[in-house]
Unconditional design. Structure first.
Length: 256
């Protein structure tokens, strides 16, 4: 389809490869997941059956610790298999029947989806009446420092620039997406995580380890100029000799 922004085959391949390395970034993923699951403390509803969608091995244990039975789904079988009840499933084509779960948690797993409204509708159908969706995704501004540095450096080196960082949704769009998909009481808010790196290349290694490398359909398939990444990383803003990278996370809640 012409409107597809992301190469879903590449997304699955990156996540499959990252299953071997994702433990190296588990602290950041767990921090984001814990912030999302804090929303459970704001409700008196008792959840028993949860779907962990793309939780990369950190979400399922947190839910299990709350006494909730968890099924983990991921488009990459190896990533799904990081939990004891794995299902290889693409978020755009969920294999679960209506009313299968009373809780669905999608922690940082929806931002590589082409038809996000359609995926959210499928998630709502998989929830029982009164069920809850908790989702988070990078919001506009995430990796903004890296996006600017890569764009400006590539333009200076080659006279043009190809997209190397995924586009992210504006916070205002997130609650509207939930409402459009039929969720009740949709709420979206944002929190920022600031990461500091003494070694700028460690940022790129972490993105690769998490399965977050470029999967845009329009990405440049040619090998980039040798100077691109060293020069772009050198141009990143520094704080006490370390580069600072911002993750703006949109947290979304909606009821079925």
């Amino acid at each position: 389809m012409d409107h597809e922004v992301f190469d879903r085959v590449a997304v699955r391949r990156h996540r499959e490869r990252a299953a071997r390395t994702v433990n190296t970034v588990a602290d950041v993923l767990r921090d984001a997941a814990e912030r999302l699951l804090d929303r459970l403390d704001d409700t008196t509803t008792h959840f028993t059956q949860a779907l962990d969608l793309g939780g990369r091995g950190v979400v399922a244990p947190l839910l299990a610790a709350r006494g909730i039975h968890v099924v983990s789904a991921d488009s990459a079988p190896a990533m799904a298999a990081l939990h004891t009840s794995p299902v290889a499933a693409d978020a755009e084509f969920l294999p679960f029947g209506p009313r299968s779960f009373d809780l669905i948690v999608a922690s940082l797993s929806l931002h590589w989806i082409n038809d996000l409204p359609g995926a959210l509708i499928q998630l709502r159908h998989a929830l029982r009446p009164g069920g809850l969706l908790l989702a988070s995704m990078p919001a506009l501004g995430t990796l903004g420092e890296l996006r600017r540095a890569l764009t400006e450096t590539e333009a200076a080196l080659t006279g043009g620039a190809s997209p190397r960082v995924s586009p992210f949704a504006d916070l205002r769009d997130c609650a509207a997406l939930l409402q459009r998909a039929g969720f009740s009481l949709p709420v979206a808010d944002v929190e920022e995580l600031h990461l500091l790196y003494a070694d700028p290349f460690a940022l790129l290694r972490d993105l690769r380890a998490a399965g977050e490398t470029n999967a845009l359909r329009e990405r440049n398939r040619r090998i980039p100029p040798r100077e691109l990444f060293p020069a772009a990383l050198a141009a990143l803003p520094q704080q006490d000799g370390r580069i600072s990278m911002t993750l703006r996370l949109a947290f979304m809640t909606g009821w079925a």
